[in-house]
Design a protein around this ligand. Structure first.
Ligand SMILES: [Zn+2]
Length: 274
């Protein structure tokens, strides 16, 4: 009798596991120890698609990210509209995922609306150097603000940074970043963080359909890359790098083929908007 009870319990446990794994499929993995950014390694970027069946898009997907945003190739449009966003202050946690630092909002932190679909802001994280390139040029840092629709589709806003004046948002969380650098702890509650304090600007941006840039490389991600490159100090980039407890100096996936995709550049017609 006891055995049967154990069996039933185990079955139930596996059902829950399967349900949970199905649910998180469209999200980026939170434990990044299974892959890395070293092309020489068995678990480097060109092998990601072989590591797990659920990661096969990393290898077979035709709409992968990041890409080079080449000015001669983009289609300039004025109808996409400004980035429609309504962010709000909310409780956040800083988390070391293994290859990057993620700031995660417990219940979302407001949303953006794209083509009538609402995407809730779930988390942000940084890549250095930048993953996307502009006319072949790579920058020092790229911020990804990851949003999710009720059906689990992702929309990411990307902001690129070059070395210069400090980024005010990173300045705001410097102490928290330093705190997780010095401990073995992987998570730290930071309290209320207001995403409105991120300097986005919304006048000119690139829009294309791509993928998550980390496994499982899920496709149909709506990308919005802000055209204006902002600035960050060398020290701020370094702080993000050392806070991650891996040996690597980089967490940028190599460029992926554009294939038949169109990249739009939204530029308002109204000269006052420029
Ligand atoms: Zn990212």
């Amino acid at each position: 009798m006891e055995k049967l009870a154990t069996k039933i319990f185990l079955c139930g446990f596996f059902v829950v596991l399967v349900l949970l794994s199905g649910q998180v499929k469209s999200q980026e993995v939170e434990d990044e120890t299974e892959f890395n950014y070293d092309e020489e390694s068995e678990t480097g970027p060109s092998r990601w698609g072989d590591l797990h069946q659920e990661w096969s898009m990393c290898k077979h997907g035709q709409m992968q990210s990041p890409i080079d945003l080449l000015n001669e190739r983009v289609k300039i449009v004025s109808h996409l509209g400004r980035i429609n966003r309504s962010f709000k202050p909310s409780n956040a946690t800083l988390k070391n995922r293994g290859h990057d630092i993620m700031l995660k909002w417990a219940d979302g932190a407001g949303s953006i609306v794209i083509n009538g679909t609402q995407y809730v802001l779930k988390q942000l994280h940084w890549h250095s150097p930048s993953e996307h390139t502009l006319n072949g040029r790579r920058f020092n840092l790229e911020l990804h603000m990851v949003h999710e629709s009720p059906t689990g589709q992702a929309a990411v806003i990307g902001i690129m940074f070059k070395i210069g004046r400090p980024d005010s948002f990173l300045s705001l969380i410097t102490d928290h970043l330093a705190a997780i650098t010095d401990t073995a702890e992987q998570e730290k509650v930071v309290g209320i963080i207001n995403p409105k304090q991120i300097n986005i600007g919304s006048r000119k941006y690139y829009r294309y359909i791509g993928s998550l840039t980390t496994p499982p490389c899920t496709q149909n991600v709506v990308w919005t890359i802000v055209k204006k490159v902002r600035t960050v100090t060398r020290e701020q980039v370094r702080l993000l790098r050392v806070a991650v407890h891996d040996e690597s100096n980089t967490n940028a996936r190599p460029l992926q083929p554009l294939n038949k995709r169109t990249v739009h550049l939204y530029r308002p017609d109204d000269p006052k908007e420029n």
